[in-house]
Design a protein around this ligand. Structure first.
Ligand code: F0G
Length: 438
């Protein structure tokens, strides 16, 4: 074992063995997952909040910090992400700085006036994965990786492909054949990743990627990679900052492989520990009913870990055996959180409402809004609560589901807005306009 680098180390969740921060392994010798630990930041509380707030200074202004810290909504929080990397070594697009928006129509549908949407689809490749990938590729480069790889339901692979291109590293991605939304597959090809369509589901892809990475010596960038989670923590840090460090009552997010749920738990733990906030919001992790082993496990008091064969229209979270189960359990317990599942019909209706508000998101993202509505209806979220629902991916990620919904006829979905084909005549146009303006 090498001596740990000052600043951070990687520690096994199961046996507590620690590894150097630059070590490129993503699992302990005992098989346990690794977590990153940082030394306490040099300042805490109000001073740390001020440091993070000051980095929002526009670059080029007098006294502006180095570029990555100023431009990126991930690296602004570097003390809690990867403190000991030189600014010029950071692989950043940049990413983060995503909007936190209120939309009356969505709030009304969900039944909670204080609903805000944190739109991670505004990241450079259209999903929250970019926040983790900037850190993973920075780690890959400083550790001297020869190539990077991941298994994915589509967004991780799109993000890895883009960041690998930026870092100048070859990328290999494994996705379930026929199980990836069109926009995501197109991105992975466009950014130049070697793209393998695996005849199996996501869980098969991840197993193969883990075995292959070890055997082939490529750096694995799935969310079991502890640096990915360090980056994803900044979704929570950034939304807290946008709220003036006044935490909401609830943060609601979609849950699949449970990396993000784990990262959110770790972020809230760190925010409380270092005095950024004095109350911790409750986490609500929302799964699709056909892919809900974590919700089932929650209902049994987390007495057992479940695995299922997953099926849902929300392909991003079509995952039956989530890799970060144990960490996510800790996140839910530490935040007095909960786990629920919503049906595909609820997901599609929530998506149609978010889309029609002019915001738009991919199906998996809408699970958070559907979850907020369910929790409001059953009285768990109270009407006056402040709730942030995280939209994890962009509306254009999955045009196939979108068009199926709006063109669907049998039965016609409740919020369908089908296209109309017309003759190229003024009379035809008039007939349509009468319908619109009536
Ligand atoms: N929302 C979207 C849009 C996703 O792409 C994912 C995961 C999640 C939610 C769930 O996050 O897995 O951390 O619980 N997508 C992964 C991928 C699995 O390969 O792109 P999680």
């Amino acid at each position: 074992m090498t001596a740990p680098t000052a600043g951070s180390r990687q520690r096994c969740d199961d046996c507590s063995r620690s590894y150097d921060a630059r070590d490129l392994r993503t699992a302990c010798d005992c098989g346990g997952l690794l977590a990153v630990e940082h030394d306490a930041p040099p300042v805490v509380g109000a001073a740390l909040r001020e440091r993070f707030d000051a980095r929002r200074t526009p670059p080029g202004a007098a006294g502006a910090p180095p570029a990555a810290e100023a431009l990126s909504g991930v690296w602004r929080f570097r003390e809690l992400v990867m403190p000991d990397v030189a600014s010029e070594s950071i692989v950043s697009q940049p990413e983060g700085n995503t909007p936190l928006v209120a939309r009356e129509r969505v709030a009304r549908w969900a039944g909670v006036e204080g609903l805000l949407l944190k739109h991670e689809g505004h990241n450079p490749t259209g999903s929250f994965k970019d926040r983790g990938m900037t850190v993973a590729l920075t780690q890959a480069r400083r550790g001297g990786a020869a190539a990077v790889a991941c298994a994915s339901t589509g967004n991780t692979s799109a993000s890895l492909a883009a960041y690998a291109a930026l870092a100048g590293l070859p990328a290999l991605v494994l996705v379930p054949a026929g199980g990836v939304a069109l926009g995501k597959l197109a991105q992975s090809l466009a950014y130049g990743a070697r793209t393998l369509l695996v005849r199996g589901d996501f869980d098969d892809c991840l197993r193969l990627a883990r075995e292959g990475a070890e055997r082939l010596g490529v750096y694995l960038a799935n969310s079991i990679n502890p640096w990915r989670l360090e980056g994803q923590k900044t979704i929570v840090l950034e939304l807290l900052q946008q709220l003036g460090w006044q935490p909401p009552d609830w943060i609601v997010l979609p849950a699949g492989n449970l990396g993000n749920t784990s990262a959110f738990g770790a972020a809230l733990h760190a925010a409380r520990e270092h005095g950024l906030i004095d109350a911790v919001p409750r986490l609500a992790a929302v799964q699709a009913a056909g892919a809900s082993p974590f919700a089932a496990s929650f209902r049994s008091g987390f007495a057992e870990r479940r695995a299922v064969r997953a099926e849902t229209v929300a392909t991003a979270i079509r995952i039956g055996d989530p890799a970060s189960h144990d960490r996510a359990v800790r996140a839910i317990r530490e935040t007095d959180g909960l786990v629920l599942d919503v049906t595909d019909a609820e997901i599609l209706e929530a998506k149609a409402v978010v889309d029609a508000s002019g915001v738009g998101c991919e199906p998996a993202s809408a699970a958070s809004v559907a979850g907020a509505r369910r929790l409001t209806r059953d009285g768990t979220i109270r009407p006056g609560d402040r709730v942030v629902a995280v939209l994890t991916g962009h509306v254009l990620k999955d045009p196939g589901i979108l068009l199926d919904y709006h063109r669907g006829a049998d039965p016609r979905p409740p919020l369908a807005n089908p296209p109309l084909e017309i003759e190229p005549t003024l009379a035809a146009l008039e007939r349509v306009l009468e319908g619109v303006t009536e």
